[in-house]
Design a protein around this ligand. Structure first.
Ligand code: GDP
Length: 476
């Protein structure tokens, strides 16, 4: 598959002339309108320091990468946290309590602005950013769109209720994303709280907390009585130090739209989480398929700010249209360039809607090409016994060369949440005596997730064997 130099330049948000120059240096004199093959395109992309994300063999998408900045430009940045857990276990209460505990917000008189994320300052002046939309749907939806904004997940489990279906989903979504987790055992003020039971239940899902000899930090909290919030924040701080999070603040800003709306008075608004560089008033940008110039920025305390650096969420005024959550936000050199990139992205979006390649075997493996070969799967079954037998049978197929990776296994029909998880990881969904609900089907059609239905286990393992063998190629 080939791509024109101009197209590639657009996707990379680089100048076409720079690509032509680079190609010339590589011994390939071509013009903007000429096409180059995929290998050359990839070489160029790497040359310019971007990440390659293979969506399929014929499609290269440029994502935000964290590694095209020279090591000496990298500076520590604060962590970005998402809170997940079962409904009513206290996600919202915890977000509110943490926000209320922020020393800076307290000083400002407690006037807060809900922009979709906020930052708290710890007594030692270090900061932590929290995404305000709790739950794994938003998290996985973002990831499905290639936006990995979360550094750390806080899993909330109510001590009086224990692990529930959405807790387990959250665990699996977090693991699939490879994001470290901290467990907040909430509602310890309740007389019926059983924190130790929570730890034991977590063990069954391979979340081994420190008290059980593992390395997942766990903190007993009460969001209601604001107990141990400082300990929870310290745990996040510690985890962040282990991660050594860094970004180059001295470059054009790049980030992700985490929330957007149309305001009657102020026009289209977007909250952007800056991931590298520093966004300044006056900067020209592209946000998804819309473009604009930063007219003003408002932080989570409702204050106008002139700049925002890595890990800082800010509300941006000055967009031409309302972008979507998960859209990449990129500062570019000038307005003509912004319009060009925005128009190009719109074209890509339109095309994707009509002709996106399905997430199927052909491209599923490609997306994992850099790591060990894996067959990722989401498995849903009608009864627990079948689910165990299936998981066991599938896991037994793993070899040294290729592994079956069950991202999530659950009892019940296929839901929207299963589809977003599968879509984000390029996995097909196995329905054993179960079918997707209407919403799941709708989302699957949009994200091109493949369903496979079985009612006999060996038919399923036969298919999986074939898929794995096909990937490894013929035996010699
Ligand atoms: P979410 O659905 O996970 O966002 O949960 P909420 O934050 O809405 O909390 C659900 C219910 O649990 C609410 O009635 C809260 O008041 C209550 N709740 C949350 N945290 C605590 C806690 O630490 N202790 C007690 N006793 N109740 C809590």
């Amino acid at each position: 598959e080939a791509i024109t130099v101009a197209d590639l330049a657009n996707r990379m948000a680089e100048r076409g002339a720079d690509l032509v120059k680079a190609l010339f240096k590589m011994g390939m004199p071509v013009t903007l309108t000429q096409t180059i093959d995929q290998d050359t395109a990839e070489l160029l992309v790497t040359e310019f320091g971007h990440n390659i994300k293979r969506v399929s063999e014929s499609d290269i998408e440029i994502g935000i990468s964290g590694d095209d900045d020279a090591p000496e430009t990298m500076q520590p940045r604060s962590p970005v946290v998402t809170i997940m857990g079962h409904v009513d276990h206290g996600k919202t209460s915890l977000l509110d309590a943490i926000r209320g505990a922020d020393v800076v917000a307290g000083e400002a008189g407690g006037i807060t602005q809900h922009i979709g994320a906020y930052q708290v300052t710890l007594p030692d002046k270090s900061k932590i950013s929290f995404l305000d939309t709790p739950g794994h749907e938003a998290f996985t939806e973002m990831r499905a769109r290639g936006a990995n904004v979360t550094d750390i997940v806080i899993l909330v489990v109510a001590a009086d209720d224990g692990l529930k279906p959405q807790t387990i989903e959250a665990i699996n979504h977090t693991k699939a994303a490879g994001v470290p987790m901290i467990v907040a055992i909430n509602k310890i003020d309740k007389p019926e709280a059983k924190p130790q039971k929570v730890r034991e239940e977590l063990l069954q899902h391979e979340v081994i907390v420190e008290q059980m000899g593992g390395d997942v930090q766990d903190v007993e909290v009460s969001a209601m009585q604001k107990t141990n919030l400082d300990k929870l924040l310290e745990a996040v701080h510690l985890q962040a130090e282990i991660l050594e999070l860094k970004a180059n603040p001295d470059r054009n800003a790049e980030g992700t739209v985490i929330e957007s709306k149309l305001d009657k008075g102020r026009g289209p608004l977007a909250t952007v989480l800056i991931q590298r560089g520093t966004l300044k008033v006056g900067d020209v940008f592209v946000a998804g398929a819309s473009s604009g110039k930063v007219r003003a920025m408002i932080d989570d305390k409702g204050k106008q700010v002139k700049e925002a650096g890595p890990s800082v969420p800010v509300e941006v005024l000055g967009l031409s249209a309302v972008p979507s959550a998960g859209d990449p936000f990129t500062v570019v050199d000038n307005e003509a360039r912004a319009r060009e990139v925005a128009a190009y992205r719109q074209g890509v979006l339109d095309k994707q809607r009509t002709t996106a390649a399905p997430v199927s075997l052909e491209n599923m493996f490609a997306s994992h090409a850099s790591t060990t070969k894996e067959l990722p799967l989401v498995v849903k079954a009608d009864v627990h016994g079948s689910l165990e037998a299936i998981s066991h049978a599938l896991n037994r197929l793993s070899t040294d060369e290729i592994k079956v990776r069950i991202l999530h296994a659950g009892v019940g029909g296929i839901t929207e949440s299963d589809v977003t998880l599968a879509g984000a990881s390029g996995a097909p969904i196995i329905g054993f005596n179960v079918r997707p609900n209407a919403k799941a089907r709708e989302v699957a059609a949009r994200s091109n997730v493949e369903f496979r239905y079985y009612d006999v286990i060996y038919h399923l393992t036969d298919w999986a064997k074939g898929a794995m063998a096909g990937e490894l190629g013929p035996e010699i």
